[in-house]
Design a protein around this ligand. Structure first.
Ligand code: CA
Length: 583
């Protein structure tokens, strides 16, 4: 076959790691849906799921043992992946409802697929989208020349049929090809249909021009509904595997993963047939952790899809690219799906648009060299339930809170399962690093914006009940509670533990007059927020000024009854909080 289009050598002077100098590779990105950390062979994992083809690529490439999805569930994970930004920063913190036909991920965000398309890549997406169904949000609008799949969050596994069970509603909608119905064949198993579409895309891309291609294989397997081919189930219980299952969910799930693995073999065969195997980077990962109640296994990680424990967003991942990505290597430094954006854009010889914010890093030079792309820097995960689940990964450490302000610190090198019995949060040797990690996450949370959409009316109600209706200064519900006690005040570049920065006197408060005395002056606008013991803001006094150590006095609202409260003093310099009593 004719080699792919040669691009300017200038692009790659900084990274001398291409076997065929100056040649932009094809990229195949395979994303599974809700696959557990241990549900592939290559991840020291599955003893009851056969993934020989994935394992073969992984073992001849680099396995990432600390790879993180951007979010512990589907939509925000994918929004982060394709934009290279945390989805909280542009209003994509929640899933899109499958019946939402107008809204989608902010059209001002440039997806990396658009950059690759502009760099003359043939771009294709096969499978799940879930980032917006309108003409300005669908795959063709976001940089994909070709799309075949579903715009929604999922689909049943039999086309045009209810055979084998499945869900109703949006999961039964016709598949889409570009901007219209796909006229899909009937009674075809969806994973196999997607594989065949992927193979056809590769062959078309090869036949039509000499440009490289980017193929995003967005399998919905092994997401529910658990629907497997009998032949795949039988293959796993037959020679040479002879696996046995006590749980039919696990057996179905295993067979669904096996069907992806069979598909990967077909994709690789197509690359071999077209002489492109050595000129193609293959990246494999899952969009979030697995559901153990639906057949998945995240062991030894704690938690499930949706959690900010490791099991929620640490996922299996490998890269394969003969002669370029190290073969037989395990890369253990933390990486994020955010990193794929700048990594792929660089490989394409393209640039991130001016002004486009990127939270990820180009990791390819680090993968080649075995170095850490973010030493001392954190990867964040925040999931909004009624309160904020937060996970912070920095080097070997992991900070976690369920959102109530009780933080845990785990050393993942010795406690990968995040066992509370080995919590380091009260160990004096770790106080500074824990405070730094939490404060970094707090500062990051200040960059969040209001959601552009919610997956359900209940999620919207919860968000606003807990957030701006009570405390307009928050960018996240329960932000103050989540980060309480760990945020620090920076004065003249010195980080000060703010618990000593002021106090309430007298305390208990008398005559409903709350007096805050400062140990050093605070300049700028000051807000004082009073919370009840449930963490609900019940009084906000803002735009105060008080450049003095004298008492700052405010009157408590007359409806504040006797009891225990706490207040937060916030200014542009930072904040601190104190408990007090009203008699
Ligand atoms: Ca998912």
């Amino acid at each position: 076959m004719v080699p792919k289009k040669l691009l300017l050598c200038l692009c790659f002077i900084s990274f001398n790691y291409f076997t065929t100098l100056c040649q932009s590779p094809n990229i195949i990105f395979i994303l599974t849906d809700d696959m557990g950390y241990s549900d592939v062979g290559f991840n020291n994992g599955a003893t009851d799921i056969a993934t020989p083809n994935l394992d073969n690529l992984a073992n001849n490439g680099t396995v990432f043992s600390s790879a993180y999805a951007v979010h512990p569930f589907c939509g925000p994970s994918r929004a982060g992946l394709l934009t290279g930004r945390y989805p909280h920063e542009f209003g994509a913190q929640f899933n899109l409802n499958d019946n939402e036909y107008v809204l989608g991920v902010d059209a001002n965000e440039t997806f990396f697929s658009k950059i690759l398309q502009n760099a003359n890549y043939n771009t294709g997406l096969i499978g799940k989208w879930h980032l917006g169904q309108s003409s300005v949000h669908n795959p063709n609008a976001r940089g994909f020349d070709y799309f075949y799949g579903m715009l929604t969050g999922g689909h049943n596994y039999w086309t045009n049929s209810t055979a084998g069970g499945g869900y109703g509603g949006a999961y039964n909608r016709p598949l889409i090809k570009n901007n219209g119905p796909a006229n899909e064949p009937s009674n075809v198993y969806l994973t196999d249909l997607f594989t065949d579409e992927g193979v056809a895309f590769i062959e078309n891309a090869e036949a039509n021009d000499n440009d490289p291609f980017f193929l995003f294989m967005s399998y919905n397997a092994p997401h529910t509904p658990l629907t497997a081919l009998d032949s795949d189930k039988t293959a796993l219980t037959s020679s040479p595997y002879n696996y046995s299952y006590t749980d039919d969910s696990r057996h179905n799930y295993a067979a669904m993963v096996y069907s992806v693995d069979r598909g990967v073999k077909k994709l690789v065969d197509a690359l071999n047939t077209n002489g492109e195997i050595n000129n193609t980077l293959i990246v494999f990962m899952s969009d979030n952790g697995g559901r153990s109640d639906q057949g998945a296994n995240n062991s030894p990680l704690r938690g499930n899809k949706g959690d900010t424990y490791e099991g929620g967003f640490r996922v299996p991942m490998f890269m394969y690219w003969p002669g370029n990505v190290p073969a037989g290597a395990t890369y253990s430094y933390p990486v994020s799906a955010l990193d794929l954006y700048p990594t792929f854009v660089d490989l394409a010889g393209a640039s991130v648009p001016n002004g486009k914010q990127i939270d990820g890093k180009n990791i390819m030079p680090h993968v080649i060299a075995g170095t850490n792309p973010r030493s001392g820097e954190s990867i964040y995960s925040i999931r909004h339930r009624t309160i904020n689940n937060v996970g912070i990964r920095r080097d070997n450490l992991k900070a976690f809170t369920s959102g109530n302000g009780r933080w845990y610190l785990f050393d993942l090198d010795t406690n990968i399962s995040e066992n509370n019995a080995q919590d380091l949060s009260n160990n004096p040797a770790y106080q500074d690093i824990l405070e730094e990690m939490i404060n970094d996450a707090y500062q990051w949370s200040l960059t969040h914006t209001e959601p552009e959409f919610f997956d359900s009316p209940g999620a919207e109600t919860t968000w606003y009940d807990n957030n701006s209706s009570n405390n307009p200064s928050n960018t996240t519900p329960w932000q103050d509670v989540t980060f309480d006690g760990y945020t620090t005040l920076s004065i003249e570049g010195i980080h000060i533990n703010t618990s000593n920065h002021g106090y309430i006197y007298p305390n208990p408060v008398q005559n409903s007059e709350l007096s805050v005395k400062f140990t050093s002056p605070i300049s700028g606008d000051i807000s004082i927020i009073v919370y009840d013991t449930q963490g609900r803001p019940i009084q906000i006094n803002s735009n105060l000024s008080h450049n003095s150590t004298d008492k700052l006095k405010i009157s408590l609202n007359s409806n504040i009854s006797p009891g225990q409260y706490f207040l937060r003093v916030r200014s542009s310099e930072g904040m601190f909080s104190k408990g007090f009593i009203v008699n």
